[in-house]
Design a protein around this ligand. Structure first.
Ligand code: ADP
Ligand code: MG
Length: 673
């Protein structure tokens, strides 16, 4: 169970408590009664049945009534030890049998003086394992160990690790008290206070680690200075950029400029909803690097997206005299060699591609800025590896695919500065989203026909959770055929993960050039693909998609001036969670709200892409429920570091020691430290 030391044992927190502060009257038992305590006289013991069906029965009687007790196991032992006529304290959950309440296998203990003290308070319940239970280490057994341990502890064992001012300001109980009260609470206040203290401690340590990491990185690495805004930037801005930047885009560009102007190593997260225009911000940041003689690169999560970025940027940047190249898995042989060669010589200014970009043996002449687009999978650990690879690492701008709830961002990206684009380009009409049953398919097809007649284009997306799953592929092909039958006059594209990149690209291009009106696809088009004329997104088997995926897919439409629609198709049978996802999609277009709901449904560990991003294994805090505590922890950590970044002050010594001891053997700290 991951318990190796006494301290591990102390950190094995109860997952719930049984209220033993109350003793019930037998007449008060009802349908909703959970575990209760009764006190009363034990009736005579009766044996009934034969062989396997043998059972022992009796009753407990208090001043208000009587209730039946039954046992099916360990009967001989019970018969020997139970004392009819004595007063017992009973603990158990009543069940209704033939209209009567009874307790099967209740816990009974003689209501002696000693037990009376047990009655007060809350009994903690611990997670344990079947095998341990058979050795006497059930919840009670663990409790006994922990109790024994706690009685032997003193301040010296659990030294306070938080500055006194913090404890006082936030009204937190001491560390020793917290450990005592979480395992041996007398009342609800004890539970609440100890949880508050321990959760805060857990979250504070994470924030301290992240912020110290950020701080030390800032001191270790001097960032390249992008001193001038020169011709590339200005020519692009004045002669090429086809629209006015939004206020939010301008603000973010200023933030990036501030970072790169002051010898500060930039490590910035750019959050912005789908379609908010992150690409142009990335592009213009790259131009800042180029204006100062550096190279820049842009890493995309998929080949299609890399190609799309490449085509878009190459076209625009030719006009300002820059050379852009593409490097993905499918650039091979001679072509690859040449790219690598030109990159090293600095002939290539901007390199666009997939993960290949930052792997060996890719050598840049002088890489000044790395932009990571639509990437969740690039966690603290991966980022840290980048710094190791380069003595002077490039500035890094990470752009997220889906907004991340602020609290989660603080933890996963707590070492980054955050910029937010909270404004969509003007003139966008919010996408109208509906949920339709498969039985409405004809009506939906009719609607598609009308829109195509108006010159619009349509995406029809099928789930392909695992690209190698033949069944999913069959769904897609069947769908494709039925769509061909339903739309005999239309040209239809199809794109899926099993196609060769060149074929995929060919089909995508036909759709982009409006040679086809319908694009049947799997989620390969999920991120980033940009075809402003497409105004309908049909999602088949929508119940099989996660929320952020649905939101990403919907973001493919609503990019032009036309009213766009997203139609979620499902069968009749859908789970409660799926229904919640679908109704959330229908209700809101706000990516941040959607991310919050996603976090609620799935919990932080399962959120899209966060698995590898280093959400630490939390022992007691919960990133969904404890957002307020997290925010406080973040603020406290910021204050401490602002005051004493090296943790040199006497009042910070215990905190420093504690931080140093973390990560040694403790699971979950590895990817932060
Ligand atoms: P995302 O943030 O999802 O990556 P993109 O960068 O792909 O979004 O931008 C979506 C679309 O909006 C693109 O067609 C882009 O050209 C357009 N766009 C971006 N910024 C503006 C703006 N300020 N005004 C008008 N259109 C814009
Ligand atoms: Mg994008």
């Amino acid at each position: 169970m991951g318990i190796y030391t006494f301290f591990d044992l102390l950190n094995h927190f109860p997952f719930r408590y049984i209220d033993k502060t109350k003793i019930y009257n037998i007449t008060d038992l009802n349908f909703n009664t959970q575990h209760v305590q009764l006190i009363g006289e034990l009736g005579p013991l009766k044996m009934a049945g034969f062989g396997q069906k043998k059972r022992l029965s009796s009753y407990l009687k208090d001043s208000t009534g009587k209730v039946e007790l039954v046992w099916f196991r360990g009967i001989t032992f019970l018969q020997k030890t139970l004392v009819p006529g004595a007063t017992y304290l009973l603990f158990g959950k009543p069940t209704l049998f033939r209209n009567q309440f009874n307790f099967s296998h209740p816990e009974l203990s003689l209501a002696s003086k000693q037990n009376q003290t047990d009655i007060q308070g809350f009994e903690p319940v611990y997670l344990t394992a079947e095998k341990l239970k058979t050795r006497g280490l059930d919840s009670r057994g663990l409790f006994n160990l922990i109790k024994t341990l706690l009685h032997q502890l003193n301040m010296g064992h659990l030294t306070e690790n938080m500055p006194a001012t913090v404890l006082k300001e936030l009204n937190l109980i001491s560390r020793l008290q917290a450990y005592q009260k979480i395992h041996l609470p007398k009342n609800e206040t004890d539970i609440a206070q100890s949880k508050q203290r321990l959760k805060f401690e857990e979250l504070l340590m994470i924030q301290m680690k992240l912020l110290l990491l950020k701080n030390s990185r800032r001191h270790t690495f001097k960032g390249f200075v992008f001193e001038t805004v020169g011709d590339y930037f200005n020519n692009y801005f004045h002669k090429v950029l086809p629209f006015e930047l939004t206020g939010a885009q301008k603000r973010v560009l200023k933030e990036i400029r501030q970072d790169t102007l002051h010898q500060k190593h930039m490590n910035r997260l750019l959050q912005g909803d789908v379609g908010s225009g992150k690409t142009v911000v990335a592009l213009m940041s790259m131009l800042m690097a180029l204006d100062n003689g550096y190279q820049a690169c842009l890493m995309a999560p998929t080949e299609i997206l890399a190609q799309q970025h490449f085509k878009g940027m190459q076209q625009e940047l030719k006009k300002v005299g820059l050379t852009v190249a593409l490097l993905t898995g499918s650039v091979k042989g001679k072509a690859r060699k040449q790219v690598l060669q030109y990159l090293k010589e600095g002939i290539i200014h901007i390199l666009i591609g997939t993960h290949a970009l930052i792997e060996d043996p890719v050598v840049y002449k002088n890489l000044g800025l790395l932009v990571i687009d639509e990437q969740h999978r690039f966690g603290v650990a991966q980022r840290a590896r980048l710094w190791r690879k380069n003595t002077s690492p490039p500035h890094v701008l990470v752009m997220t695919a889906t907004p991340i709830p602020r609290t989660l961002a603080l933890t996963i990206y707590g070492d980054l500065d955050v910029s937010v684009i909270d404004e969509l380009p003007p003139g966008r009409k919010p996408v109208i989203t509906t949920h339709r049953n498969d039985s409405k398919r004809l009506a939906v097809f009719g609607f598609i026909k009308e829109e195509i007649a108006k010159g619009r284009q349509v995406y029809i997306v099928y789930p392909l959770i695992n690209e190698s799953e033949t069944l999913d592929l069959k769904d897609l092909m069947d769908g494709y055929e039925s769509i061909q039958r339903a739309f005999p006059k239309q040209q239809i594209s199809i794109v899926h993960g099993r196609m060769k990149p060149a074929d995929k690209d060919f089909e995508m291009q036909r759709f982009v050039k409006q040679e086809t009106q319908i694009m049947v696809a799997t989620t390969v088009i999920e991120v980033g693909v940009n075809v402003p004329n497409a105004s309908i997104m049909i999602i088949e088997n929508a119940e099989r998609f996660g929320l952020s995926q649905l939101h990403q897919l919907r973001g493919r439409v609503g990019r032009g001036a036309e009213q766009s629609y997203c139609i979620l198709m499902t069968g009749n049978k859908i789970s409660a969670d799926a229904r919640k996802r679908l109704s959330t999609m229908v209700q809101t277009n706000d990516g941040f709200k959607i991310a919050e709901v996603d976090l609620e449904i799935r919990g932080p560990g399962n959120l899209e892409g966060t698995q590898q991003s280093g959400v630490p294994n939390l022992k007691i805090a919960n990133l969904v429920q404890d957002q307020a505590i997290l925010q406080t922890a973040r603020n406290t950590a910021l204050q401490i570091i602002e005051q004493d970044a090296q943790l040199l002050l006497p009042e910070h010594q215990s905190l420093k020691q504690h931080l140093n001891s973390l990560g040694k053997g403790s699971v979950g700290w590895a990817h932060i430290s």
